[in-house]
Write a protein that binds this ligand. Structure first.
Ligand code: FAD
Length: 449
């Protein structure tokens, strides 16, 4: 980087250089595995600042990292020696109760969208940890506990405004640049910097029912059977996640079933009778609560500053042999780490959207399965990564094609093709050539022009 000259003239936001006291905090990202040292971090105040930052980056030939919530699992919102365009000064969300829509700025966190919508008894389906960024989550797809009723986050996206690689402001929706809008919904970080999202909202003005029952790991097969039965016969309002886990408390592995029912509490209680009848749990936290309370329950365990690895797959079914592997692999998780398999019921509203309607790949699966490890001691890095990788290698015979782009920890050539499959990947390449032929936006699961 030769000079800051042109940036200082046009950019109104904060500029943070390595010599400054704020630098170490400004360069930190959620996953502590990534300790990068960018040449400069800038915090735009609006779309004009984003354009100025991008122009400067291109003049100086700087590698560009774009950050919203900083939760990228492979650390894609930071870099060594390049520029981080950190949108954290562009937070904020507002809801329009008449139109049942929300407008959300490009740097907002999930909590802001949740709060704005719930202030009017409305909701947008988003993820399960409220400090995650709206932008990264949405542009990859957006899974969450309302997904069987209202679909993925992208299924509720009405439009995006973005700054393109050549510094233009463009709006994409079903009517404006529809092909770009197709690609934004699943491969979005490849095509520009989103400064504003518009979402459609749904009514949710009563308490939801949420919680987890924990059972000995020896009951994993039976509990998975209940999970399958409820996934098949339960209502769209019912979210289900089966899992096996071992945490760093030193106890052994256990099995669990997490449920969220977004219908009225009395109906939820009736439709969750099978969970209560399953047998005495080791622990039961299922109860009615405000939607916003549930949205914050994972915030602390998944807070900033830990090391994290995950690997996932989509499965067309979740047979007992796969359940056994999850139980056995959880028992062998590294000591000193929190390790779990979680298996989310898929289908319903997700599957109602045709597979080729968006770049997101994997709608036809029966379940999404992930092995996740969270730890603090860097000496455990390789053990934790191998645990997740080896487990998913064992489970590979049960998997179908495609991956959820937002939880792919690996990066590099070939990863995006594996995520999207050949046909969608070729369609994305054509889009990339049209909108970012120089691959300015390459710190993502990259589609190569
Ligand atoms: C604790 C935790 C919980 C999670 N829970 C869920 C969940 O419930 N459901 C789910 O679907 N996923 C979940 N995820 C995965 C999450 O969706 C991805 O990590 C997502 O990329 C995070 O978005 P972010 O804005 O915080 O990330 P960032 O690291 O800021 O960005 C991620 C990617 O998006 C790009 N990007 C960021 N902002 C913009 C923008 N404005 N315009 C264009 N590109 C941009 C970045 O360049 C980067 O490539 C979770 C992740 C974590 C760490």
């Amino acid at each position: 980087m030769k000079t800051l000259g042109s940036l200082r003239e046009t950019f109104t936001g904060e500029i943070i250089l390595p010599s400054e006291r704020a630098y170490d905090e400004a360069r930190a990202v959620w996953n502590k595995m990534f300790d990068r040292r960018p040449a400069i971090v800038v915090r735009p105040r609006g779309a004009d600042d984003v354009i100025a930052a991008l122009r400067f980056a291109r003049e100086e030939e700087l590698l560009v990292a774009v950050r919203c919530g900083g939760h990228s699992i492979p650390g894609l919102s930071t870099c060594d020696d390049g520029i981080v365009i950190d949108l954290s000064a562009m937070r904020g969300a507002s809801a329009d109760p008449e139109r049942r829509t929300a407008r959300v700025n490009g740097g907002a966190l999930l909590a802001e969208l949740d709060d704005a919508a719930q202030a009017h008894g409305l909701v947008c389906p988003v993820g399960v940890v409220s400090h995650t960024g709206v932008a990264g989550l949405t542009l990859g797809g957006g899974m969450g506990r309302l997904q069987r009723k209202f679909g993925l986050t992208i299924d509720n996206l009405a439009s995006v405004e973005l700054v393109t690689a050549d510094g233009r402001r463009v709006r994409a929706s079903e009517d404006e640049h529809p092909e770009l809008f197709w690609g934004m919904r699943g491969a979005g970080p490849n095509f520009g910097i989103v400064t504003e999202f518009e979402y459609r909202l749904h009514a949710l003005d009563h308490p939801i029912t949420f919680g987890t029952v924990t059972h000995p790991v020896e009951r994993a097969r039976d509990l998975a059977g209940l999970f399958r039965e409820l996934a098949e016969s339960g209502p769209d309002e019912l979210f289900l996640s089966f899992g096996t886990a071992k945490d760093r408390s030193g106890g052994g592995a256990f099995a669990f079933l997490t449920v969220q029912h977004c219908g009225p509490p009395d109906r939820a209680e009736r439709e969750l009778a099978g969970v209560r009848a399953f047998g005495p749990p080791v622990r039961d936290t299922i109860r009615a609560m405000p939607h916003l309370a549930a949205q914050h329950l994972n915030d602390e365990t998944q807070d900033w500053g830990h090391r994290f690895y995950m690997k996932s797959a989509f499965l067309p079914a979740f047979p007992d042999d796969a359940v056994d592997l999850c139980a056995e692999r959880a028992s062998r998780a590294p000591d000193g780490a929190d390790c779990e398999f979680s298996v989310w019921a898929w289908g319903r509203a997700i599957a109602e959207v045709p597979e080729d309607a968006t770049a997101f790949t994997g709608r036809e699966a029966a379940v999404w399965l992930a092995a996740e490890a969270l730890w603090d001691d860097a000496a455990l890095d390789e053990q934790c990564r191998s645990w997740g990788r080896d487990a998913l290698a064992d489970l590979a015979p049960f998997a179908s094609g495609g991956r959820y782009v937002n939880d792919v920890a690996e990066v590099g050539a070939g990863v995006a093709r594996m995520v999207y499959g050949d046909a969608k990947y070729e369609r994305l390449v054509a889009l990339k050539r049209a909108w970012d032929p120089d691959n300015v936006f390459r710190l993502n699961q990259n589609v190569q022009p």
